[in-house]
Design a protein around this ligand. Structure first.
Ligand code: DGY
Length: 319
């Protein structure tokens, strides 16, 4: 049987590309640029499968125009908010993602953002880097201590739990909201809150780890920021769509939030230009899963799903 043809629209890790080419006829976008809706639609007539990232948008409009040749979208991401799942399913296209393998890398970035925001990393780095550091005092650059503080986690899936594990190492007192309560083994002493409203008042630090769906869009709005303790630190490594960014800026302005650490933005790539001159926002360009080990694991997981599909099995991560 002829080898299936797949399209790889982004520059995946070398090990992933090597394995993909050993198994499939591959069309690889070596330039690594973004593909438009028209590019995606045109390519769908030439391939049996695609390994996209969250940067390739499979909206309902794109799904309706895809060629029937395309059978599977094996995402190289855990988040699938770039895919209109009902629309793709209605076209008979299988969709998979890459859970588990990026939980630790993403939790590490959440930790970095939490510490960097709490201890004023942007401001401190700027002072030293620009030669403007000409003063020291016990009252200089005083931040917020993580050790022993209460951490609120919204979304206690794999990434949320990996982050909670790391935060326990810092002696944090973990509280969480999840649609369903975890079993005691997974909870590991964390306190369950049965609503976001009951979590927020105890979250000296708040970190988002839930998926972006139509139901969670704008989940952190002005009213919810207002329910946090004064001077809380807010961390988002999940998706920008979860946050009303204007409301977040308002909370930073009033001191309701003392700082924020963000790896995700409502508009990507690029982020929010209004954040640029705020030194109490520590920002990274959506690199939660960007380690060599994790990129290989994500690529291999996407290929495992493709392999299963073309063998006639149900892929492990079929959505
Ligand atoms: C994910 O896997 O969802 C990450 O955000 C990278 O795309």
């Amino acid at each position: 049987m002829a080898r299936p043809t797949i399209w790889i629209p982004r520059r995946l890790s070398d090990a992933t590309l090597e394995r993909a080419q050993a198994t499939y006829e591959c069309v690889i976008n070596w330039e690594d640029g973004l593909s438009s809706a028209d590019d995606i639609v045109a390519m769908s007539a030439q391939v049996d499968g695609i390994i996209p990232c969250h940067s390739e948008l499979f909206t309902a409009e794109v799904a309706a125009r895809l060629d029937p040749r395309l059978k599977i979208i094996a995402n190289h991401s855990v988040g699938v908010d770039h895919c209109d799942l009902p629309a793709l399913r209605s076209r008979g296209i299988a969709v998979t993602n890459t859970p588990d393998v990026l939980s630790d890398a993403t939790a590490e970035i959440a930790m970095l953002l939490m510490l960097g925001a709490a201890r004023r990393a942007v401001e401190g780095d700027r002072l030293v880097r620009t030669g403007a550091w000409n003063f020291w005092s016990p009252s200089f650059m005083v931040g917020k201590q993580v050790t022993g503080a209460r951490l609120g986690i919204i979304g206690m899936g794999r990434v949320g739990r990996a982050f909670a594990d790391k935060a326990r190492g810092f002696g944090m007192d973990i509280h969480y909201y999840n649609r369903t309560r975890l079993n005691p083994d997974q909870e590991q002493g964390a306190t369950y809150c049965d609503s976001i409203e009951s979590l927020l008042p105890v979250a000296d630090f708040l970190s988002l780890h839930c998926p972006s769906t139509p139901e969670t869009e704008g989940l952190m709005n002005a009213q919810r920021f207002d329910q946090l303790p004064d001077g809380a630190v807010f961390v988002n490594t999940a998706r920008g769509a979860l946050v009303d960014e204007t409301a977040m800026l308002g909370a930073l302005e009033t001191g309701k939030l003392s700082a924020a650490g963000l790896d995700c933005f409502a508009s990507e790539p690029g982020g929010n230009p209004e954040f640029a001159d705020r030194e109490n926002i520590f920002m990274l360009p959506h690199i939660g899963s960007a380690t060599r080990k994790t990129r290989d694991a994500m690529g291999f997981r996407a290929l495992d799903n493709l392999d299963a599909f073309f063998r006639g099995d149900v892929p492990k991560d079929l959505l």
